[in-house]
Ligand binder design. Structure first.
Ligand code: HMG
Length: 391
């Protein structure tokens, strides 16, 4: 295992939305036994964006604490991963670059491959830092997961952004070589350009995830990766919390090991605390699992953590990381809890209204009601241009 000349995640912060829909509210509305949501898919609530929130405002809220702590001088690259793109041409990261006051001497680009995009951004960032270890890369993964109202995917919605500073000699986590990779052309989940909600073959998507896990683990092993028993915990992509459990059970089976529920809980439980109340945050999901693990574990110093990144369509990547001594004093646990606890609960009518909200496409001036208490908000759509303001 190479530790990649100690390059990895130097700081990590996430943000979510102004509003939350509790699954009990959804279950009362759609007549579902709450056991299906709480135990069947493992979700308690989901984040719902306000009218003036989107991937940009969540990204600013996630990244602002990082630039406040470390400054902006060494950031020469911003990689913004999303599958909730707001423009077919301009990178969402450019709005973030402006709202955060990042230096003009930087490159900004947007990346897409479903939920895998955040991992693509992280790996590209490592390559850039390896080329010049004095530079830092701001990696942002920000998404709003949205399915049709009253569809099976609806209870697996959510929204959040994660920001990570990738640097040499990182304070939190060293990312290791090798990676296990897997790509297959499958139509398990997709969103054509003309739709605001995703299309999904739900049960097929679970099978595709498990096949990709198996394929990327095989490659990880062939590339000389760690044995399963080395890992103190596994951060999976979590489209819904129960998926991490299904996936780890599958991995144990593939490796010919016992599927002992206590052992599965030991390596997963602390990684799912945030997802269970945020819902699917697509590109951000696996890194929010890492935040959950680091914020809740007693001490992981020098322990190996496994990462299983999956993006429908599909691409998967498995890699390991080692937790850096002293990491606990750099965590943002209080800020993360505050981001979750400050959300205001929605009733079903208000949630459905926000879900169905869309901008007119007439090129007029369309102000957006002030709803978010976050550091940036979407002010208006003005002659087809999105206007943002900072608080
Ligand atoms: P469904 O058909 O509504 O639910 O779809 P179900 O009937 O399969 O039930 C779900 C679970 O609840 C089952 O457990 C039931 O037994 C249980 P399982 O058998 O799977 O262990 N259940 C109950 N448990 C306790 N008490 C009860 C009860 N009733 C039922 N009363 C599905 C579920 C996940 C398919 C649906 O929500 C969906 O389509 N979600 C969206 C797609 C998705 O999340 N796919 C995951 C893999 S793909 C992925 O991760 C990529 C993605 O993030 C996108 C990207 O990459 O960009 C989605």
């Amino acid at each position: 295992m190479t530790q990649d000349a100690a390059i990895g995640i130097h700081d990590l912060s996430f943000a979510t939305t102004e509003f939350v829909l509790n699954h009990t509210t959804l279950a009362e509305h759609d007549g579902t036994d709450i056991g299906k949501y709480h135990r069947g898919i493992g979700q308690q609530s989901m984040s719902v964006p306000a009218a003036d929130e989107d991937i940009v405002t969540m990204a600013v809220a996630a990244a602002a604490p990082i630039t406040a702590r470390h400054g902006t001088d060494q950031i020469r690259t911003v990689l913004f991963a999303t599958e909730t793109s707001i423009d077919q041409s301009k990178a969402a990261g450019i709005y973030v670059h402006s709202l955060l006051g990042l230096p003009s001497s930087a490159r900004v680009v947007e990346l897409k491959q479903a939920c895998y995009g955040g991992t693509a951004a992280l790996q590209l960032a490592i390559g850039l830092v390896r080329r010049d270890p004095t530079q830092r890369v701001l990696v942002i993964a920000s998404d709003v997961s949205k399915y049709e109202l009253d569809s099976p995917g609806e209870p697996t919605q959510g929204a959040a952004a994660v920001a990570m500073l990738v640097a040499a000699d990182p304070a939190l986590l060293r990312i290791e070589d090798p990676s296990g990779l897997y790509t297959a052309d499958v139509m398990d989940f997709w969103r054509p350009n003309y739709r605001s909600t995703a299309l999904v073959d739900g049960h097929e998507s679970i099978t595709a995830y498990l096949q990709a896990l198996e394929g990327s683990w095989k490659d990880y092993t062939e590339q000389g990766g760690r044995p399963l028993g080395d890992f103190a915990a596994f951060c999976y992509h979590q489209p819904f919390t129960k998926m991490a459990y299904k996936a780890h059970c599958h991995l144990l089976n593939v490796c010919g090991q016992d599927t002992d529920p206590d052992e599965i809980a030991r390596v997963l439980e602390l990684t799912t605390a945030y997802n269970t109340v945020l819902g699917n945050s697509y590109t951000a999901s696996m890194y929010i699992a890492l935040a959950s693990l680091l914020d809740h574990a007693d001490d992981l110093t020098d322990r190996a953590v496994g990462f299983v990144s999956y993006g429908s369509g599909s691409v998967a990547e498995i890699f390991g990381g080692t937790v850096v001594p002293g990491y606990r004093k750099h965590l943002r646990t209080a800020g993360h809890r505050e981001a979750i606890d400050r959300r205001r609960p929605l009733d079903i009518a208000r949630y459905r209204e926000l879900h169905e909200r869309s901008f007119p496409t007439d090129g007029g001036v369309h102000p957006v009601p002030r709803q978010t208490g976050g550091p940036a908000r979407l002010l208006a759509l003005d002659h087809h241009k999105r206007l943002y303001e900072s608080r």
